[in-house]
Design a protein around this ligand. Structure first.
Ligand code: COA
Ligand code: AMP
Length: 635
């Protein structure tokens, strides 16, 4: 099929409001919008101002009313526990309604926040949708974060209720969640009125009388009583959720997502970007704690009337490198979306792809990759072994859906390895130099998006308009700064090369080296430190810390290094994958005292590096090179 991408992109360019108004017809509104886009509202304008709607109604109830009640809405497949469960749209509606009733009973009203701190179980998605049903704002916190990170989010979001579970399960170990939650609540000055805890059979937890309530008991009671909680009309511009993501400091950014624009953009993306029809099975192998999980495990597939897979496992080791193919075959998955790192892990375990032949993958049409740069080797391996198109696409927590993609539903465009292809309608992507002037094709620069951002993207940060402007809008007036650097080629294909800030990407997880430095610097024996992201064959990048010890410290450096590793795990969490610390005598700095992190990173990666003209003392770089060599890192 010839691609209609160019026509559709032009249609958006010539009449953006008409374009989005047309797509809004796919959504059921209680009241239609007074204005498709109101440039005078919010920080840079608001989408579907004046409209009222409910995201849960559009994800669930309307499908029950229109012939999908017996279709599977969620298939929970958990190779790590051996559990499997299929939930139809009708069953999903009943359980969401019951939990929504429980939340209301605990005093949760429209606009109140609810933190969801859960592993990959269906109750996590049910919790999100129950909040949406009553107009409460959920904030999901990824299970691999430590108590201190959870506490920061509790402090900022001020949740009325927290929904959590007794434990998560990682290969070889059960992760008790409840002690992490209890610790977070000790650290936070804000306290919720109730914690609703899902007790899992792998590890039950102690409950605190009057504060902790049993999920199954409360929801079971509400279901037995046959309670029905109607969908609360909310403004299209009201927040659906807050999702915290790494910023350049230890204080994460609370990305806000609205209800109306989010639904319009995600619904459109399912057919146009992913080429999937209602009734088909869609699988995003991510975690509900990340934006991919929000958009493509929960909201988009359900908005579109698809069956979504909720997978609790890893691409390898649960039990083997054939798990993905088993799930695709068993549930007739049409499209899989995951991070390249998952495929690097599979390729490492099963380089010949011998597991693939054991399964019938005839329903499987397309593999989508995002979250980090997709290296051409991995793409080619997947294409060759699976025999389906492999589509890289680029987006961010802030945007909620693809900025650039190869929209297979509009007819696939040529794949160019290393490029996530072209901008989606709604995104006028440009490459600017540091002074804000457009750069010509092929020249590396700052990737920005002309305002307004399309529906679905963040309107602001939670209670922090000022920080939103400073972080994203002020450096290039009139544009949103993606903080990614890259270029476009002569066909307008985008190439995303690196971040322009201190964010690193570890196994598709976004982490701030600045936040890690804050933790490392707090170790009593550390005088000064730097954390940089170094290349890793499996995870893309991993953090490496360089520390200078305070004078007079007598403890062995190796002991302190171990303590620093433990400290980051304790304060940020295992997800940081912070395992490398090197004690050095000095850090390389410019004459004005700025640490030369970029040069240290190049040395650690074994890349060519130039002596920075502004360096204070060039000999320090040789010292660092020697130290790293001693650790088997770098050239
Ligand atoms: N709860 C508690 N701990 C968690 C966790 C969770 N939800 N998720 C991860 N962790 C822990 C892991 O157990 C691991 O701990 P360890 O240091 O004790 O081994 C650590 O955090 C790092 O986890 P992870 O990044 O998952 O690395 P891994 O070595 O366990 O697995 C991959 C590597 C490639 C298999 C894994 O990263 C993966 O499946 N990636 C898929 C991509 C993905 O989901 N990306 C998300 C954005 S799309
Ligand atoms: P997150 O907010 O966690 O989704 O991370 C967003 C960041 O991940 C982006 O700003 C990029 O740096 C990186 N990223 C995501 N997708 C891609 C991709 N397809 N290619 C290159 N980098 C990507």
């Amino acid at each position: 099929m010839a691609s209609t991408y160019h026509e559709i992109y032009s249609a958006w360019e010539s009449d953006p409001d008409g374009f989005w108004a047309g797509l809004a017809e796919e959504i059921d509104w209680f009241e239609p919008a007074e204005k498709v886009f109101d440039p005078s509202a919010g920080v840079y304008g608001r989408w579907f101002a004046g409209a009222t709607c409910n995201t849960c109604y559009n994800c669930v109830d309307r499908h029950v009313e229109r012939g999908r009640k017996d279709q599977a809405a969620i298939i929970y497949d958990s190779p790590i526990t051996g559990a499997k469960r299929t939930i139809t749209f009708e069953q999903l509606q009943a359980e969401i309604s019951a939990l929504a009733h429980v939340l209301r009973d605990k005093g949760v009203e429209k606009g109140d926040r609810v933190i969801v701190y859960m592993p990959m179980v269906p109750e996590a998605a049910i919790a999100m949708l129950a909040c949406a049903r009553i107009g409460a704002i959920h904030s999901v916190v990824f299970g691999g974060f430590a108590a201190a990170e959870l506490a920061t989010r509790v402090e900022d979001a001020e949740p009325k209720v927290i929904i959590s579970a007794s434990c998560g399960i990682e290969p070889g170990r059960v992760v008790p969640y409840k002690p992490l939650l209890d610790r977070a609540l000790e650290l936070s000055s804000h306290k919720p009125v109730a914690n609703i805890i899902l007790q899992r059979e792998q590890l039950a937890c102690d409950m605190i009388e009057g504060i902790d309530f049993d999920y199954a008991h409360l929801v079971g009671e509400a279901m037995a009583a046959g309670v029905e909680m109607p969908c609360e009309p909310v403004a299209a511009t009201d927040p659906l959720y807050i999702l915290y993501t790494s910023g350049t400091t230890g204080q994460p950014k609370g990305v806000v997502r609205d209800n109306g624009g989010h639904m319009v953009a995600l619904k459109w993306s399912m057919k146009a970007v992913y080429g999937v029809d209602p009734g088909e099975v869609y699988w995003a192998a991510s975690d509900v704690g990340w934006v991919v999980g929000h958009s493509y495990i929960v909201y988009a597939p359900l908005l579109h009337g698809c069956t979504t897979i909720l997978f609790e496992g890893k691409p390898v080791g649960t039990p083997d490198a054939g798990t993905f193919w088993r799930v695709i075959s068993e549930h007739n998955v049409a499209a899989l979306f995951t991070a390249p790192t998952a495929f690097r892990a599979i390729k490492k375990e099963d380089p010949d792809g011998s597991f693939i032949g054991k399964y019938d993958l005839s329903a499987f049409r397309t593999l989508f990759l995002a979250g980090e740069r997709a290296d051409p080797d991995t793409i080619q391996w997947a294409e060759e072994k699976l025999g389906v198109p492999v589509i890289d696409h680029w987006w961010q927590t802030e945007t909620g859906w693809a900025i650039a993609a190869n929209p297979v539903g509009l007819g696939q465009l040529e794949v160019k390895y290393g490029s996530p292809t072209v901008p989606m309608p709604g995104y006028d992507v440009q490459v600017l130099n540091d002074e804000g002037h457009p750069l010509e094709a092929g020249t590396l620069g700052n990737i920005v998006v002309k305002l307004p951002l399309p529906p679905g993207c963040l309107p602001t940060l939670w209670q922090a308009d000022r920080r939103f402007k400073e972080a994203y809008l002020e450096e290039f007036p009139g544009y949103y700064k993606t903080a990614d650097a890259g270029y476009v080629d002569e066909d307008n294909y985008l190439y995303i090369m690196a971040r322009t800030d201190d964010i690193i990407n570890v196994a598709g997880h976004r982490l701030s080296t600045g936040a890690m430095e804050e933790v490392v610097a707090a170790h009593p024996d550390v005088a000064e430190c730097a954390v940089v992201g170094i290349a890793d064959r499996l995870k893309g990048q991993i953090p490496a810390g360089f520390i200078i010890l305070k004078s007079g410290v007598t403890k062995a450096p190796v002991e302190i290094e171990k303590e620093v590793v433990a400290l980051v795990r304790d304060k940020i969490g295992p997800v940081a994958a912070f395992k490398t610390v090197v004690t050095v005598d000095r850090l390389p700095k410019t004459r004005s005292g700025k640490i030369l992190r970029g040069t240290m990173q190049k040395i650690a990666d074994g890349l060519d590096w130039k002596m920075p003209a502004t360096i204070d003392d060039p000999a320090i770089l040789d010292e660092i090179t020697d130290k790293l060599k001693g650790r088997g890192i770098g050239a």
